[in-house]
Write a protein that binds this ligand. Structure first.
Ligand code: XUL
Ligand code: CO
Length: 436
């Protein structure tokens, strides 16, 4: 039985193709810089948006039927596994990501939820055998259930903290059982609505305590993968603690979590923080925290997390430039944390959305290497800082300069000579490379 009967294995047909169910740029096995495209990109399917989201919004019911022809919640969960694996195999996607509650329904008690989870984990494990499909990362949903209305690790209620920790324990075990090399903390409701009722100091300390427990537990079970924090500045809470890359890096360093954690950077979250996607990736890269990507895009006219499929090649190019300069993905990859628009309610639409997103990032990869090979932009930047290579600049860089020595220098040399930043020239190079 097929859940996606209208298309078979999606093939690369090249730029001239008008077949909607074909890749125009993503040629999985094409070698670029010594590696197949698929290994540069490591595309992953998000279980939640792809198999679960029914597109409910505050104004109306869902538009996508997610029962897969079943009625019993466990049968639906198993049908999602079948549908998910069919989807990944047809799209040539070799990784997936999940929250505990995406894969298995919550029971009436924690024990029942745990039993459901393990039944589905075993089922997924059996499906993975004989395929190339791997788990990119797992996580626990610590934001959907009403118990988490005040947060999870940052909840004012110790019992809620304990419940969250129990969920994390099982989500880590599930991640390990499925061979995952990543475990994500996205701070769902780890933030606040008003300082009038909030002890920020306790909340942040507890959040770090929860992360430390997770690291200690996973390492004791032999897990050698990465932990990630996924920054987001707002939504659902007014102020999320994991605001942006810089904030999270400061937090991880303060609490001694920097040896185990990297960042999972989401494009739309960067936009909400008032940054570009590439800014967030650059901050992660230069601080040694580059880990994984949640690929999507927002809408420039809307101020919320629309989680649209990425179709902006310029942004994908600038993002892939950062990925390449970080040395590429190790344990991480590109997870499409993206959903179709509510009126695009067919399963075909979901496939077409992935094809578009994968082509966009494939083109981004190709163009990023072209920018690097072209070298006009990189050489401009190298040249721009050349004054630090010798003389007084070298003294500043190697720490021998002091305020006194620099004053003495300035008294001698007088007014500095400065050069143009040439932004427009550099933008024209990017345009030339993108559209040639
Ligand atoms: C929410 C979001 C999450 C995380 C995983 O904005 O991005 O789906 O990626 O919890
Ligand atoms: Co995300």
């Amino acid at each position: 039985m097929s859940y996606f009967p209208n298309f078979g294995k999606i093939q690369y047909e090249g730029q001239g193709s008008k077949n909607p169910f074909a890749f125009k740029f993503y040629d999985a096995e094409r070698i670029i810089n010594g590696k197949p495209m698929k290994d540069h990109l490591k595309f992953a399917m998000s279980w939640w948006h792809t198999l679960c989201a029914n597109m409910t919004d505050p104004f109306g019911q869902g538009t996508i039927d997610r029962t897969y022809g079943k009625t019993d919640p466990m049968d639906i969960a198993k049908a999602k596994v079948d549908a998910g694996f069919e989807f990944m195999e047809k799209l040539g996607i070799e990784y997936f990501c999940f929250h505990d509650v995406d894969i298995a329904p919550e029971g009436k008690t924690f024990a029942e939820s745990k039993k459901n989870l393990w039944e589905i984990v075993d089922y997924i494990k059996s499906k993975m055998e004989g395929t190339n499909i791997e788990l990119l990362w797992g996580t626990a949903n610590l934001f959907g259930n009403p118990r988490y209305m005040h947060g999870a690790g940052t909840s004012c209620e110790a019992d809620v903290f304990a419940y969250a920790a129990s969920q994390i324990k099982n989500a880590i075990d599930a991640t390990i059982a499925l061979g995952g090399k990543g475990y994500v903390f996205w701070g769902g409701r780890e933030g606040y609505e008003t300082l009038l009722n909030t002890n920020m100091a306790i909340e942040l300390d507890n959040y770090a305590r929860l992360m430390k427990m997770a690291v200690n537990y996973a390492r004791s079970k032999g897990y050698d993968g990465d932990f990630y924090v996924e920054p987001k500045p707002k939504e659902p809470t007014k102020h999320q603690y994991d605001f942006d890359s810089a904030t999270v890096i400061g937090f991880l360093r303060k609490y001694g979590l920097d040896g185990d954690f990297k960042l999972n950077i989401e494009a739309n979250h960067a936009t909400l923080a008032g940054h570009t996607f590439e800014h967030e990736l650059r901050v992660a890269r230069i601080n040694g925290f580059f880990g994984s990507i949640d690929a999507n895009q927002g809408d420039e006219h809307l101020g919320w997390d629309t989680d649209q499929f990425p179709c902006d090649v310029k942004t994908a190019t600038c993002a892939m430039y950062e990925v390449i300069k970080s040395g590429g993905f190790t344990n991480g990859g590109i997870n499409f944390d993206a959903k179709v628009r509510r009126p695009s309610f067919t399963f075909d639409d979901i496939a077409l959305a992935y094809i578009s997103g994968m082509d966009t990032f494939a083109l981004g990869l190709i163009k990023a290497f072209e920018v690097i090979d072209d070298d006009r932009i990189d050489s401009f930047v190298r040249d721009r800082y050349k004054s630090y290579k010798s003389g007084i600049g070298a003294d500043i860089m190697n720490g021998t300069a002091t305020l006194e020595s620099l004053e003495e220098y300035t008294l001698k040399t007088g007014e500095p000579k400065v050069s143009s930043g040439k932004q427009e020239y550099l933008e024209s190079i990017l345009t030339q490379i993108l559209y040639r």
